[in-house]
Design a protein around this ligand. Sequence first.
Ligand code: UDP
Length: 439
Amino acid sequence: MVQPNRQAIALISDHADPAGEIGMEEAGGQNVYVRRIGESLAELGWQVDIFTRRSAPDDPAIVEHAPHCRTIRLKAGPEAFVPRNELFAYMPEFLAAFQKFQTKQAIRYPLIHSNYWLSGWVGLQLKQEQNSQLIHTYHSLGAVKYDALQSRPAIAPTRLGIETELLERSDCVVATSPQEKEVLNRYYADQGRVEVIPCGTTPNFHNIPKAQARQNLGWGREKKIVLYVGRFDPRKGIETLVRACAQLKNQGYQHLQLVLAGGSSLESLDGAERRRIEALVRELDLSAETLFAGRIPHDSLPWHYSAADVCVIPSYYEPFGLVSIEAIACGTPVIASRVGGLKFSVIPEETGLLVQPRNVEELAQAIERVLEDELWAKKLKKQANSDSNPRFSWKSSAMQLSNLYRYSLARSIMHDQPWNPEVSRLTALDAPAPADLVV
Ligand code: UDP
């Protein structure tokens, strides 16, 4: 139920259902982002309505997952999983369902925060038709992603065109790292307003004593545990990690245990990548050292991070990489590819190491260094623990977003005053509270 004294805003997340399961095919960081941001914004006084595409007939149409924060599933295309590259065709139906919902509820959202380019297209239409303020977060940039892949899908030119339009026409774009802001200006356009507001973690991502975490999971005390957490997607570079572990084994490294967490059933879309990785593990004679842990419920992950000696993110491209800050918040050193947002979230020699993507040799050496140098690993752990929370928290991300929304709405009421270039640093006094903006 929308409260009359709360300003309702719409978050659009076409494919990433915040009320859905994380770690499954194409469900990952964006689902976590939208849910955590939505719930934290509701705590700050907004009525948050998150719109997503209905992907299963039995899913309830509306899920209220926190007070004043709900997910609304709109019918657009088949009520089944549809890969992202095939979803654009259903976006006009999504837009129509959104407008129908507004009419039925007698709401007109004055501010839309779209997530990913498909939702961005919907946001652009709503901006044009009903003059909503449009804030956009990309989550993934086609221009960089396609550079990292061998082949481009047929949808690529459409996506790149809409991504450029979003930078030029949104009231503000939210980049999750300074690297993303720089890439936006280099690949797309040098005009457009971009605010950097990083992602976060929740307080339950904290260090649990390693022995306790291993006992809880039934993992041996003597093992050297190398952990991967994430989807099974070729751009995640799991192959490089498997090859690096095989190299360490061949060099006689003892007690190595590779844990691969995430992914869904073998029959699903991401099952193809999992089958490929399983075959590689067998081919490299690494089966005894590898555990396919499957999808782990998000809130259980602090146990896995805390039990591991190192968390590896071997991605070829990573817009932000939530896994990095989650592992660091649990005091676990991270070895990540020197790409995208990982260059922002991992501080080399302090919270982990950065390596060249696809470089098996360099990754193997980095893993060995973290596993062998216990004193250094302990220092990393201590620094990781103390450094992480103030730097990355969902509460802080939501506060910065809330300031941005308030500023954006106030500015629209005052007939498009010139934009203050330092919006995310505005304090609570600089713009009206959500309740004062009710339209
Ligand atoms: N995740 C999870 N369970 C799993 C695998 C992944 O909860 O079994 C979560 C993980 O904790 C992280 C998100 O999925 O919050 C992945 O986000 P990231 O930004 O690292 O990658 P993306 O999925 O956006 O490519």
